[in-house]
Design a protein around this ligand. Sequence first.
Ligand SMILES: [Zn+2]
Ligand SMILES: [Zn+2]
Length: 188
Amino acid sequence: MSSAQQRDHLICNARDCFQKIESVAWVTCCSHVFCAQHGQDIKLRQSVSSCCPACGTRLREEFGIMERSLRDSVHSRTFLLCGYSPEVVMEIASSAITFWTFQKQQMCVNLEQKVQYYKETVSKLKQDMALVKSDAEVKIHRLEQQLENTLVKDRALNETPRVRETRGEHYRQAEQHARKRKMDDFLL
Ligand SMILES: [Zn+2]
Ligand SMILES: [Zn+2]
């Protein structure tokens, strides 16, 4: 298959499908096209709900949606329009080109929607990340405060025995001085 043929393909117009259509296309009277799976689904539902899933156009029983083979032999394609007058051939060709152009526009719209969807997803992810970061910063700040409080209490607990010890030493020295004074007084 040449690069031009690879590029010139149709894409299923069903929402979230975006499947490449290579062999069988289901074409609607409103110029939308669907893959084999979605086309058969629409055909089966046609008696119940006869609306095009892409645009909501009412699909008539006859010619509302038709199956088209895209892999007809070159021979059958060559003779496809044989027998029609040039006016009819031109009309058919014009309709086919209009359909093709519309589908290419649909692909552009679909790609733009996808780009928009990814942009919104990225934007939402950034917002979520900012919220997570903000929450984490609040938690870190709270933990740092708890740690600081714990360290202050720990320092206070470690300092208390030393204070008591210092005070005890002070009393002992005072008592010794008092005893020494008494002894000095006695000796005098
Ligand atoms: Zn599909
Ligand atoms: Zn449609």
